[in-house]
Design a protein around this ligand. Structure first.
Ligand SMILES: *Cc1c(COP(=O)(O)O)cnc(C)c1O
Length: 412
């Protein structure tokens, strides 16, 4: 059967290798090597000059990592995919491809903690301004964009605030302004959310989460949909004349990612390739459990509020349903009466693990304000809308009865 005709899962399972394996291995071998040899000096020159697509050095490309990239490309229809060694490496590589001194980035303060710190501290030190605004208000986004804006950056569901951005509205604004829309879609995997259909130009995924398949390894993916005219991007203007819609990927692969040296390792790529094979199954199971668990938690008197966008009373219910379907991810938050009540709850858990991370096969609980956001001042935490009363839960693959019993005994 032609690969193009296959369904989503078929594409994951049956993406062909770039070259036939000498032994017919059914899973992609781990090419655990730093460098690749050449038969002649001429062939070596051709590879280094980019005239033939051969691997030279595993900081730049590697067959095992490339196979993961090609699977993701096949599943999503992305123009190009680049695998890095963490979600943060993917974010920093994207921003360093787009931003230069004098550029600005339009985003929200309601972001994953390290991403916020990357914008507010790391990029600020190089003269790149970050304009924080309310991304749920499209007019505010439009007002913050100017000629020096190199990207609008958003998370499709913010972690841990659980805000949902209206992607149709925001992508209409970025398109009109000629600014690329960069979306971190870690919270909903591409099996359930097709970023391209919502006007996203560059998608970023922390593959440490859903894709790794049981928190086996760190990883990050950059998906370029080839749907942006880079002529209007100040830093990529010259590249766009030469490479057209491939300008972003050309800049990323020929300069930024090589120079930063944060390519995914072959071992991680192997595990994440296996993780992809069960992604759809795990996502359906975990999100189904998440919805049931959230509904049952609402019945407990000591739970002040439960924040999950599939609950009909949630502010973002309709938007979330349109964009992400009936089961919007396996992460939710809930509030207890105080920080102390949250700590008591965490300490009483017997099954759910006290740990950071998301979308492991086991369920995880964390108090964001004292951990991921612990080094920010109380004022900044307030601006970031991270409350002392909030617990974040990542739902794993356990049975809902077992999970609920653990929550019940820990909350009482
Ligand atoms: C975890 C996470 C990241 C960072 O990914 P790492 O793989 O830990 O570097 C970025 N964005 C979101 C939304 C995340 O949940």
């Amino acid at each position: 059967m032609n690969n193009e005709e296959l369904s989503f899962t078929g594409k994951i399972l049956h993406t062909p290798y770039a070259k036939p394996d000498a032994y017919g291995a059914l899973s992609m071998p781990v090419y655990q090597c730093a460098a690749f040899e050449f038969e002649t000096a001429e062939m070596m020159e051709a590879a280094f000059m980019g005239k033939v697509a051969e691997h030279t050095y595993s900081r730049i490309t590697n067959p095992t990592v490339q196979y993961l990239e090609s699977r993701v490309q096949n599943m999503t229809g992305a123009f190009s995919v680049t695998a890095l060694n963490s979600g943060m490496a993917a974010i920093s590589n994207v921003i360093l491809t787009l931003a230069q001194t004098g550029s600005n980035i339009v985003t929200s303060r309601h972001l994953f903690g390290n991403t916020y710190s990357f914008f507010a501290s790391t990029m600020a030190a190089f003269g790149v301004e970050t304009r924080f605004c309310d991304l749920t208000n499209p007019d505010e986004v439009e007002a913050h964009i100017d000629v020096n804006t190199c990207a609008v950056f958003l998370e499709i569901i913010t972690n841990p605030q659980m805000e949902v951005v209206d992607l149709k509205a925001i992508s209409a604004i970025t398109k009109k302004a000629g600014v690329p829309l960069v979306a971190d879609t870690t919270i909903i995997p591409f099996s359930a959310f097709k970023a391209k259909n919502w006007g996203v130009n560059i998608e970023i995924v922390s593959s440490t989460k859903y894709i790794s398949g049981g928190a086996t390894s760190l990883g990050g993916l950059i998906l370029d949909y080839g749907n942006f005219n880079w002529i209007s991007a100040p830093k990529l203007h010259a590249m766009a004349k030469e490479f057209g819609p491939a300008a972003f990927t050309a800049k990323l692969r020929k300069e930024i990612h090589r120079n930063l040296g944060a390519y995914m390792t072959p071992q991680a790529a192997y595990m994440q390739t296996l993780g992809l094979e069960t992604l759809t199954l795990r996502y359906e199971r975990a999100t189904g459990t998440c919805l049931q668990l959230v509904q049952r938690l609402q019945t407990l008197a000591k739970v002040e509020s439960v924040n999950y966008t599939a609950l009909p009373e949630n502010k973002y219910y309709t938007l979330s349903k349109n964009q992400f379907g009936k089961q919007p991810g396996a992460m939710f938050t809930f509030n207890l009466e105080s920080r102390e009540a949250c700590f008591t709850f965490l300490n009483k858990l017997k099954l759910v693990k006290r740990a950071t991370n998301l979308f492991d096969n086991v369920s995880l609980a964390i108090h964001p304000a004292s951990t991921i956001f612990g080094t920010f001042s109380p004022e900044v935490r307030k601006e970031m809308n991270v409350s002392d009363k909030t617990i974040r839960i990542s739902v794993g693959l356990e049975d809902v009865e077992d999970l609920f019993r653990d929550f019940e005994q820990a909350i009482m």
